[in-house]
Design a protein around this ligand. Structure first.
Ligand SMILES: NC(=O)c1ccc[n+]([C@@H]2O[C@H](COP(=O)([O-])OP(=O)(O)OC[C@H]3O[C@@H](n4cnc5c(N)ncnc54)[C@H](O)[C@@H]3O)[C@@H](O)[C@H]2O)c1
Length: 272
């Protein structure tokens, strides 16, 4: 243990895989009980197989786990999830809002507005829903830590994923606004801006780029991902656990004077 979150409760969204899973694991390793949210299984409406595997891995760390199938873009789902978490644990100390989606890059003149709506629904409305419920609880408690998930695409406009860029700039802005609103209540609000992280999200991107440039050829994993990593100062990949370490710091007493910030975990891609 580095920070010791024993006795704390953390709610993490997008927890079934990728960065959200690593964040939930990292927090559990520090002894906190965790409330995990991820999308309901498309067929059963319950917990998906992938989510179940993650739950079992985290339960093995000897903390209490409450797993809730919920869509962050659905306000009622999110409200019910926070109610259940409070019933189970009495308090929520940390909220980490990881769930997000991306779209395949394309020029704006070829893009349909429905893509903008789809990405905004999860990345912006989802952040709004989670942050709103966290705000209600944290104001009452006069304590809490909130970490949102932006991106390097939320501080610099990269060519291609128009809707994703716009949605992540929104998350950076929401974070700054909320830091001002919740500061007087002793609540810290920050966001993380990951660079290139090898997760199912990046793998989908890698496979898409391969299919465009090598149609019909057998996919070679990480081809485009590693090319992107070569553009960073440190010239190395980032894994979900690297992001989870930054989140653990932002939840800890070691960062109690940090609020309203975006923390880049990008091997030195962006300097602002
Ligand atoms: N992977 C990267 O390189 C990278 C870079 C910058 C920012 N990010 C951000 O980090 C976050 C996590 O990314 P990732 O790469 O782990 O993604 P991922 O696609 O690998 O995993 C995302 C998780 O969120 C869940 N999710 C998606 N929509 C949801 C919804 N509406 N309600 C509840 N859960 C939902 C998914 O089921 C999945 O478990 C995202 O916000 C993403 O934008 C990722």
């Amino acid at each position: 243990m580095m920070y010791n979150f024993t006795g704390k409760t953390a709610l993490v969204t997008g927890a079934a895989m990728g960065i959200g899973k690593a964040v939930a694991e990292r927090i559990a390793e520090e002894g906190a009980n965790v409330v995990l949210l991820d999308l309901p299984d498309k067929t059963t409406g319950g917990i998906s197989e992938k989510f179940r595997e993650t739950i079992e891995e985290i339960e093995a760390l000897n903390v209490k786990v409450l797993a809730i199938p919920a869509d962050v873009s659905d306000a009622e789902n999110v409200h019910d999830a926070f109610e259940k978490a409070l019933q189970e644990f009495g308090t929520i100390d940390f909220v980490v809002n990881v769930a997000g989606i991306a779209e395949s890059p394309q020029p704006l003149d070829e893009m349909d507005y429905t893509i903008l709506d789809r990405v905004y629904r999860v990345n912006v409305r989802g952040t709004f829903n989670i942050d709103k419920e966290a705000t209600i609880i944290f104001k009452k408690q006069r304590s809490g830590r909130l970490v949102n998930f932006s991106s390097i695409n939320g501080i610099t406009g990269y060519a291609g994923p128009y809707a994703y860029n716009a949605s992540k700039f929104s998350v950076t802005g929401i974070t700054q606004t909320l830091a001002r609103e919740l500061g007087p209540y002793g609540v810290n609000v920050n966001c993380v801006c990951p660079g290139f992280v090898w997760t199912p999200m990046w793998q989908a991107n890698d496979e898409y780029l391969w299919s465009v440039e090598h149609p019909g050829e057998e996919y070679v994993p990480m081809t485009y991902y590693m090319k992107q990593c070569e553009t960073t100062c440190l010239n190395k990949p980032t894994y979900p656990k690297d992001i989870a370490n930054a989140v653990a710091f932002l939840l800890s007493d070691q960062s109690s004077n940090i609020t309203g910030q975006h923390i880049n975990v990008d091997c030195g891609l962006e300097f602002h």
